[in-house]
Design a protein around this ligand. Structure first.
Ligand SMILES: NC(=O)c1ccc[n+]([C@@H]2O[C@H](COP(=O)([O-])OP(=O)(O)OC[C@H]3O[C@@H](n4cnc5c(N)ncnc54)[C@H](O)[C@@H]3O)[C@@H](O)[C@H]2O)c1
Length: 341
């Protein structure tokens, strides 16, 4: 029985890693892919690269999703204590790997021939197979991704890795301020997905009667919108646009019901967006059959209320105003800055 392992930090797991994993899995009966982690070292590496910290379970999940239809691959994660690269203790690391695998290792895979001097000592019975040392198939390294940024090397990230790095942009504002059109246009321009306003979906289901909206509809809006966001994030390309979020849901609850709902507040407390684009209501009111708050003074006071609701929750917003074209240009600049292009 041929038993192999392929180990690494996988920060992040990229196409080169995936290529080696699949090649290695075809050469053995059983392949262990091992995420070697050390929180202190890994946090430092992420900070140096100005990247979010990648927890080891997240890395193991990426590999698991990419190889879910490969029955001979098993993913393990092993703590590599005191493993700052310069003084990494290979022999101790090897002991932990052997203990976790529990069976005789016949093959060790890597893309570094220099690792042979260690592998020959730690796994003397195993053959060290060096895969694509020149990184010809996928010319990339995780260090390069960390130093130059994920957005520059987006194509080198497998689909399951991308959502972790996708920036989430919430487009917010009161009724008829051009959110839906702007969100759709931004999604087209950035060739990505978006989440439509779920409150609107519910209104369309109910028909023409916003006074019939009751508490459970706001709950459905909160959960339904979040569920859509999880789904669309999986197909997004660097950035996901979200039409309205839960502060906006709470604002509607307050305006229509006269009170706020704790369940919506809980969703607000856990939501995380990288950018909030707040659209001023300085474009003409458009009647669409579902809107009832169009009078100028009502629009102004509602706008003040929504802004105040963001301020109370210490959520920083970026205000966008002007004509539809001016809004689009401002939005594009802000999003470009976010993903560094
Ligand atoms: N004790 C052991 O037996 C053992 C074994 C392996 C690794 N380690 C340790 O684990 C840690 C992580 O190792 P790492 O820094 O090599 O991890 P890494 O995540 O940077 O890379 C993992 C593996 O993928 C290969 N690779 C990278 N880019 C590639 C590409 N474009 N195409 C094909 N292959 C590519 C690497 O050469 C390496 O073999 C280190 O601290 C290392 O010392 C220990």
């Amino acid at each position: 029985m041929k038993v192999g392992f392929y180990g690494g930090k996988f920060m992040p797991f990229h196409q080169g890693h995936l290529y080696s994993t699949l090649k290695a899995s075809a050469m053995v009966d059983k392949l262990y892919v091992i995420v070697l982690y050390d929180e202190e070292r890994d946090r430092k590496l992420c900070e140096q690269g100005n990247m979010p910290y990648m927890p080891y379970k997240e890395r193991a999940l990426w590999i698991s999703q990419e190889t879910r239809d490969c029955p001979n691959i098993e993913i393990l994660y092993i703590e590599d204590a005191d493993s700052l690269d310069a003084d990494y203790n290979w022999l101790e690391g090897g002991k932990r790997i052997k203990a976790a695998i529990h069976e005789s290792i016949t093959h060790v895979f890597s893309s570094e021939s220099s690792y042979s001097k260690w592998f020959d000592q730690i796994y003397p019975e195993a053959e060290h197979i060096v895969l694509d040392e020149a990184r010809q198939m996928f010319p990339i390294s995780a260090t390069q991704i960390r130093t130059e940024g994920v957005y520059k090397h987006w194509d080198m990230l497998p689909m399951s890795v991308r959502p972790f790095f996708t920036k989430k942009v919430a487009v917010v504002g009161t009724e008829s301020c051009g959110k839906s059109t702007l969100v759709r246009n931004l999604a087209k321009l950035f060739q990505t997905t978006y989440v439509e306003e779920y409150g609107r979906t519910i209104c369309e289901e109910i028909g023409n009667g916003s006074d019939l909206i009751i508490d459970r509809h706001y709950e459905e809006i909160t959960y339904g919108h979040k569920h859509l966001e999880f789904q669309r994030l999986k197909q997004a390309n660097k950035v996901l646009f979200i039409d309205s979020e839960q502060v906006v849901t709470q604002y509607y609850t307050k305006v229509y019901q006269g009170y706020e709902l704790p369940i919506v507040e809980e969703a607000i407390a856990t939501q995380r967006y990288d950018l909030y684009l707040y659209l001023e209501p300085d474009v003409p009111w458009v009647e669409d059959g579902y809107r009832v708050l169009g009078e100028t003074s009502v629009r102004a006071s509602n706008n003040a209320l929504l802004k105040e609701m963001f301020a109370q929750r210490h959520i920083p917003i970026i205000t966008i105003e002007g004509t539809y074209n001016e809004r689009m240009e401002q939005a594009i600049q802000h999003v470009r800055a976010l993903i560094a292009i």
